[in-house]
Design a protein around this ligand. Structure first.
Ligand SMILES: [Mg+2]
Length: 222
């Protein structure tokens, strides 16, 4: 069987990294665990959009970007197999897009364009201010960056789409993608909603899956 035109999309925070950078920054430098709990409760009750939740959390951070950067670099790790996965996609000519509800400036610290030139990154931007960090969201959706829209556009262009994610901002994407790899909250959500998803822990698991299925499916990308 030949699968033509494959496009892989991946969440960043908690999926490519071990820790969600926005949760980490809010907990360590912003409103702390109390604010995270409050925002989490409002999100679950649908009293706040993800966009409002992220803006509320970021507004409580008044630290300089360089101080935040040092702490992020010391505390957050990229999945050690992500690099191999990126190289494999490149070899197979499969486009790989990072879709994030977070920020370019933070993603760049961990997977810089100089090291990962083949990666497309779609994310919002952050403006660190002394009066509270200001979000410049990528679009006008309730998510700040409508990940599902990007996946739908690829499907409309004839691509078979695969989405990899872990959290709240990934729910709509899991509903529209042709295939899903899920961990943590997204895996729970998929199970509860009856969305078919493969559970994974690291990018090595995903790579193994593709290498095994590659024996049965031939992927032909332009
Ligand atoms: Mg995430």
């Amino acid at each position: 069987m030949v699968i033509s035109k494959l496009h892989i999309f991946s969440d960043f925070d908690g999926t490519i990294t071990d820790t969600d950078s926005l949760v980490f920054l809010t907990r360590e430098l912003g409103g702390g665990p109390e604010l995270l709990a409050q925002v989490g409760e409002q999100l679950r009750a649908n009293k706040m959009t993800l966009r409002e939740g992220i803006a509320t959390e970021m507004a409580t951070i008044r630290t300089s970007f360089s101080e935040a950067e040092a702490l992020l670099r010391a505390s957050i790790k990229v999945d050690p197999d992500f690099n191999v996965f990126v190289q494999w996609c490149k070899m197979q000519k499969i486009p790989l897009t990072v879709l994030s509800a977070g920020f370019h400036e933070i993603i760049e610290m961990f997977i810089p364009a100089t090291e990962f030139p083949s990666l497309e990154i779609l994310a919002s931007r952050i403006e660190p201010r002394e009066t509270g960090w200001q979000c410049n969201f990528r679009d006008d959706s309730d998510y700040g960056n409508d990940k599902a829209r990007a996946i739908e556009a690829a499907r409309a262009a004839g691509f078979h789409t695969i989405f990899i994610g872990d959290g709240l901002s990934d729910r709509a994407s899991a509903e529209v993608a042709d295939e899903v790899f899920a961990k943590r909250y997204l895996a729970e959500y998929c199970r509860a909603r009856g969305i078919s998803a493969r559970e994974f822990q690291t990018f090595a698991d995903i790579l193994t899956h593709f290498q095994i299925s590659n024996l049965k499916f031939q992927i032909v990308n332009p």
